[in-house]
Design a protein around this ligand. Structure first.
Ligand SMILES: NC(=O)c1ccc[n+]([C@@H]2O[C@H](COP(=O)([O-])OP(=O)(O)OC[C@H]3O[C@@H](n4cnc5c(N)ncnc54)[C@H](OP(=O)(O)O)[C@@H]3O)[C@@H](O)[C@H]2O)c1
Length: 251
């Protein structure tokens, strides 16, 4: 059996990833703030075991504790592959740094950076004596490498996620059953996150015309097709060979 953990399964890319993972014989663990009854029904219809953990990733310590406790009750023996996909993220707050409220900054850093780190640590501890092949995929962004005025927190947290992934990959590389890790920029996807960027006050986000043009020219990927490409990337035999990668360069 293959076990996959997905954060942010309520909407956008995470919902598409969860849908694509609903296969008989899979075990899917979704971390979300809301109950997701439709996903639960589809999992039942597909014969896929679904565990929904209700957590708010703005509290990374609590979320990681819930995940670690849940995994500690799962017998690792029958699991051939265990995967953690840190997908949940937020593009707010948007605006010049001197205007950003401290609470919004702290929440964004928690969701985009501290939670993936804490969940990764929990995953590695809880699965440490499993014989399963272990993979961790962090959903990053081109914003980790390109600086956008008005998007300093998002850019900084995604850059942090990439650098965390590099450090972790070096830690795991020489272990007997070390996990493989990739921080992957998925390209531009037609989700609520893009809608919110297009709706930002133009003065707060000078790069907005670029994102309006991408939408107008039909260059946003559908969440379902992006999810399939990401899952195919996770299947590659060389997964982890390159720690920081971009799905747009993957073919
Ligand atoms: N869309 C793009 O063009 C694009 C490009 C590059 C990278 N990405 C990355 O792809 C990932 C998915 O983005 P998306 O486009 O699918 O965004 P989205 O449509 O805005 O969905 C964000 C997801 O994150 C969850 N989330 C946010 N805050 C949370 C919290 N405090 N606790 C638990 N869950 C929380 C949301 O849950 P709720 O429903 O509870 O809010 C939702 O499921 C993100 O990491 C994003 O940075 C997206």
């Amino acid at each position: 059996m293959r076990l996959t953990i997905v954060t942010g399964a309520s909407r956008g890319l995470g919902a598409a990833l969860a849908d694509a993972l609903l296969e008989p014989g899979q075990r899917l663990i979704c971390l979300a703030r809301s109950p997701l009854p439709e996903l639960a029904q589809r999992a039942k219809d597909q014969g896929c075991a679904l565990d929904l953990l209700r957590v708010d990733l703005a509290d990374p310590a609590a979320a990681a504790s819930v995940l670690e406790n849940h995994l500690s009750h799962i017998a690792g023996g029958g699991i051939v592959e265990a995967r953690l996909i840190n997908n949940a993220g937020t593009a707010v707050p948007v605006g010049p740094a001197h205007k950003l409220p401290a609470t919004a900054v702290a929440e964004s850093v928690a969701v985009n950076l501290a939670a993936p780190i804490a969940l990764t640590a929990a995953f590695l501890r809880a699965t440490g004596d499993w014989s399963a092949d272990r993979k961790i995929l962090n959903i990053s962004s081109g914003a980790a490498h390109t600086a956008y005025p008005g998007w300093s927190v998002y850019c900084a947290t995604k850059a942090g996620l990439d650098q965390f992934s590099r450090c972790l990959a070096l830690e795991q590389r020489d272990l007997a059953r070390g996990a493989r890790i990739v921080s992957l920029a998925p390209g531009v996807i037609d989700t609520d996150m893009q809608t919110s960027i297009r709706a930002a006050a133009p003065g707060d986000f000078p790069a907005q015309p670029r994102f309006l043009a991408l939408k107008a020219s039909g260059q946003l990927a559908a969440p379902a097709s992006a999810a399939l490409r990401i899952l195919a990337y996770m299947e590659r035999s060389d997964f982890g060979a390159r720690t920081v990668a971009d799905l747009r360069d993957a073919d």
